[in-house]
Design a protein around this ligand. Structure first.
Ligand code: RIB
Ligand code: CA
Length: 313
């Protein structure tokens, strides 16, 4: 079966890093490029982190493009308290030797999608949706070239993680999320309702260290740092690993369950700004615009990540 052409849009971030490593380790994907957005930390750090991760994976030929440095309407909100001041605290990774691509990520997204066959490329979004929304606003015709958008973002029964109502990726750029959710593109959303059902364990993180490769050692160091915030916040013995759900869903969809729903985003009220209003029970009469995931086989998920990271240097 031919590899699936994908573009990863990301704001690394330790959980983004694991997702990117999982993608780069999986021959089922043809990673056309990585587009980077401001989110967990400012753009100059997220693009640096994306290149560090590609080099860690032994894939310095991967094309990395810097995109939008701030949300469409609102000021940038970052999450150094979670990810550290570099956005990738934990391991000591060398400054990247691989170059950042000159072209702006939004322009490359438009150019690449326009050149693709209808439904030819899957977008995997791991951060605020600013780049993807900007591309859709600049070139609405690209919607037909997107096979589907698989995104990490949102929350409903689980509430929010940056406010009581909103999950970080959506909260940072709610207007971009509205553009994407109203684009007509096929969307699968992995909200906190599913990512909070797959908590890391000490045994699993230690199994990464035991892989004996540099990827396992660096990943374990990232996650040792990253999970402390959520463990303290939620009082659990492990933290959620949000972004790799996107890649795992494409690799092994049977690990997940969900349903088609209408999803809208709050862009008016400051109290609920960025809330994803998921019509799970179909009471609004609004047509479904998103497949919302709410169940995961956590053991299978972590086994998949472990086994794929073992393949990297
Ligand atoms: O709310 C979790 C999401 O926000 C993840 O994508 C994490 O990397 C941050 O971007
Ligand atoms: Ca992210």
């Amino acid at each position: 079966m031919a590899p699936r052409p994908i573009i990863i849009d990301t704001d690394p971030g330790q959980d983004d890093a694991i997702a990117i490593l999982l993608a780069l380790a999986s021959p089922e994907f043809d990673v056309l490029g990585i587009t980077v957005v401001a989110g967990n930390v400012p753009l100059k750090l997220t693009e640096m982190n994306a290149r560090k991760i590609c080099e860690l994976a032994g894939k310095p030929e991967t094309k990395v493009f810097a995109g939008c440095a701030r949300p469409m309407m609102r000021s940038l909100v970052t999450a150094e308290e979670v990810h550290g001041k570099t956005g990738l605290d934990g391991p000591e990774l060398p400054d990247p030797a691989m170059a950042l691509q000159d072209q702006h990520a939004v322009d490359w997204l438009v150019e690449t999608l326009r050149a693709a066959a209808p439904g030819g490329i899957t977008l995997c979004t791991l951060g605020p949706l600013t780049n993807v929304a900007a591309a859709l606003v600049k070139a609405p015709d690209i919607a037909g070239k997107i096979a589907e958008i698989v995104m990490m973002g949102g929350g409903f029964f689980e509430g929010g993680n940056v406010t009581p109502a909103a999950e970080f990726n959506i909260y940072v750029d709610p207007h971009a999320a509205h553009v994407v959710l109203s684009s007509g593109v096929k969307i699968t959303m992995h909200p906190l309702d599913v990512t909070h059902k797959a908590l890391m364990t000490r045994t699993w993180i230690d199994s990464l260290k035991a892989l004996g490769n540099r990827t396992g050692a660096a990943a374990a160091a990232m996650l040792d740092f990253y999970e402390r915030f959520d463990m303290e916040k939620y009082g659990e013995d492990g933290g959620p690993l949000h972004d790799p759900c996107v890649m795992a869903f494409l690799l092994q969809p049977d690990l997940f369950q969900g349903k088609d729903c209408n999803v809208q985003v709050e862009t008016g009220s400051e109290l609920t700004m960025g809330m994803t209003v998921v019509d799970w029970w179909g009471v609004s009469g609004r047509p479904a615009n998103c497949h919302v995931i709410n169940q995961i086989d956590a053991a299978g998920f972590y086994s998949l990540i472990h086994d794929r990271l073992a393949r990297l240097p």
